[in-house]
Unconditional design. Structure first.
Length: 133
């Protein structure tokens, strides 16, 4: 599993084109709040990619958040495609982000497609849940 510090000079896992520290790393390390649901989605994907379970729990809605989260060290995320967004802007209170994430686990290719719902709690975007499709 990649640590947050060792990922610093690398390109951000969310594929924004920025370095990790200038993109999602700033949200992971200093508590800066992503201003949109899509940026929260990207930062959460990057947290999965770098193994930052604490960030994932902090950005999960209190009503749906698990008590603990153990990330699979054999799983390596490599690409994130944002398919669509609905609302989730700087002045919205809820939003939807549909995405596909690609990776490998034990040499096998995998992909996860999800439509995620986000809401604001105390002015901060949090992940609520996935919409059943």
């Amino acid at each position: 599993m990649t640590s947050v510090d060792s990922a610093a000079p690398e390109r951000c896992p969310c594929l924004s084109g920025e370095t990790y520290l200038n993109c999602c790393g700033r949200y992971h390390r200093d508590g800066t709040t992503p201003p949109t649901a899509e940026l929260l989605m990207r930062s959460r994907y990057s947290a999965f990619a770098v193994g930052d379970a604490g960030y994932l729990l902090r950005t999960w809605h209190p009503r749906t958040r698990p008590a603990a989260l153990e990330l699979d060290e054999a799983l390596r995320w490599s690409r994130l495609d944002i398919e669509r967004t609905e609302s989730g802007g700087m002045f919205d209170t809820d939003g939807v982000v549909e995405f596909t994430a690609y990776g490998r686990e034990n040499g096998e290719r995998l992909q996860q497609h999800e439509t995620s719902r986000f809401v604001r709690v105390d002015g901060r975007w949090v992940y609520l849940d996935a919409v059943d499709e």
